[in-house]
Design a protein around this ligand. Structure first.
Ligand code: ASP
Ligand code: MG
Length: 483
């Protein structure tokens, strides 16, 4: 016998979590558009909305915090005054009801007063702890959420702002906290489900959470995407929609490849691979929370909501050649450790990568020639100098005895990655790629293919990135959506 579904099940089955990034709440006009999208969805199904700070605000807050730490006693007053003006003017044009306006202004005043105390305290102590930096960085979301909630309510759809410190429980790693899902699930259910039952749309601050003992944490820069999928998983949402300022996941960066196309459907793995390799559309951790429950995640354009966007699903949809998209990472440097003698140096590979691990340098690609004359790997430009310095120290003895002949760094390079889950088992992709590059005289400095076979990456000179992307994009027919 099939039991009829309870109203609660039905509510869970339809729940949508939506996230709006900084540009989607960048000014009053953008917030008005965002509020329309939320209100329209909330009229037909339960919704939870997650918002970032207005664009640029988090950067300015971090900047003010750093200036305060250097002893600038004016930094707090200046940023608070600027944020008050900016949010007040948006509020004035978005919310006409006096009581509603007053309520938002009171909330904003509290948040701004707290910001002022945090910055002044920092200037007094000339010390900025990671915990204080988190508290200061969080102010932008704590200001934008009440504003957007009021704009939604203004459209006749009741909405209430909720600070994610009440919902998302994290570890205590300030600046890049990880959620504790069981605790998050319990808190989110208890706080949000009653609002949904009353048909009130929760408007949640992105980016932030709180540790088990209640200290505010942040999930890392750009972390509001992650907030949305954490809440989607915690609340058993039917789908998560990331509303942003581009049409979806594209086959390549349109600034470099003018005929780049929006990909209609892509797998979790492909999207994660692209995020990791620099396609700026998703925070790299975004998909982790939804993988287990197989919740689809959409990327859509809040400036063009009529466009379908990209749907990210467990398996994506396979297309002809297996290649889905290209991406390039440019702020990187190639480090090479080598010389004919290194065959005899014990554990060169181990020592090289313990050194990078100790520095917490993120290694993006590794390649070693089979003659073992050379190990080369790529780190972000920011990590390059300290990595080389640490390696020279680690191998000082071997360098002195010419067993290791060189440790060099080349900053004028970039990684281009060819991504597609179904490349696995499709022979000839590497061959096709390298033929096309050869025709264009693009010199390959190093090559790597992950064993997952959903990514072939190669290193080229920085100045060859554009032609590498253009020729590969054409070679795999990515400009032609029908193929
Ligand atoms: N406002 C935060 C940042 O700028 C989080 C986000 O936008 O996702 O990093
Ligand atoms: Mg963002």
């Amino acid at each position: 016998m099939v039991l009829p579904r309870s109203p609660l099940d039905k509510m869970k089955a339809q729940l949508q979590v939506m996230k709006f990034g900084g540009t989607s709440v960048g000014d009053a006009a953008c917030i008005a558009r965002t509020a329309q999208i939320i209100a329209k969805a909330a009229r037909s199904r339960p919704c939870i909305a997650v918002v970032s700070a207005m664009s640029g605000v988090t950067n300015r807050l971090i900047d003010a915090a750093k200036r305060a730490a250097e002893g600038d006693t004016e930094a707090g007053a200046a940023i608070v005054a600027a944020l008050r003006t900016q949010h007040d003017s948006a509020l004035a044009s978005l919310v006409s009801n006096d009581d509603a306006r007053k309520a938002v202004r009171e909330k904003m005043d509290d948040v701004l007063a707290e910001g002022r105390r945090l910055c002044d305290g920092t200037a007094l102590l000339r010390e900025l702890t990671p915990r204080t930096l988190d508290a200061i960085s969080s102010l932008g979301e704590r200001l934008s959420a009440p504003l957007v909630a009021a704009a939604v309510s203004e459209l006749g759809v009741p909405s209430e702002s909720v600070e994610a410190t009440e919902l998302i429980v994290t570890d205590a790693y300030h600046g890049g906290a990880e959620p504790l899902m069981d605790l998050t699930r319990a808190k989110s259910e208890a706080r949000l489900r009653p609002l949904l039952a009353k048909e009130i749309t929760p408007l949640v601050t992105g980016f932030i959470g709180a540790s088990e003992d209640g200290k505010l944490t942040t999930l890392g820069r750009g972390g509001s995407d992650y907030s949305a999928t954490i809440l989607g998983a915690a609340m058993d949402a039917a789908e998560v929609i990331i509303w942003t300022d581009v049409d979806g996941v594209l086959t390549a960066d349109p600034r470099l490849v003018p005929d780049a196309q929006t990909i209609p459907e892509i797998s979790y793995r492909e999207a994660a691979e692209l995020a990791y390799f620099g396609a700026k559309v998703l925070h790299p951790k975004t998909l982790n929370p939804v993988v287990q429950a197989a919740i689809p995640v959409w990327i859509r354009n809040s400036f063009a909501p009529e466009r379908p966007g990209t749907k990210i699903t467990p398996h994506g949809r396979s297309i002809g050649g297996g290649v889905k998209a290209l991406t390039a990472i440019r702020d990187v440097a190639l480090i090479s450790v080598g010389g004919p003698g290194i065959v005899g140096v014990p554990d060169v590979v181990g020592r090289t990568f313990s050194t990078t691990a100790e520095l917490r340098a993120n290694v993006l690609l590794i390649s070693q020639s089979s003659s073992q004359n050379d190990i080369c790997f790529i780190v972000s430009s920011a990590d390059a100098a300290k990595t080389v310095e640490a390696l020279r120290k680690e191998f000082a003895h071997d360098l002195a005895h010419h067993k290791v002949e060189h440790i060099t760094v080349d900053p004028n390079i970039a990684i281009v990655a060819v991504v597609g889950e179904n490349m696995r088992g499709t022979p000839g992709i590497a061959g096709k790629t390298f033929n096309a590059l050869g025709r264009e005289n693009v010199n390959l400095i190093a090559i790597a293919q992950g064993s997952s076979e959903s990514n072939i990456s190669f290193v080229v000179e920085e100045k060859a990135v554009k032609s590498a992307l253009l020729t590969t994009h054409r070679e795999f027919g990515l400009h032609n959506p029908a193929s």
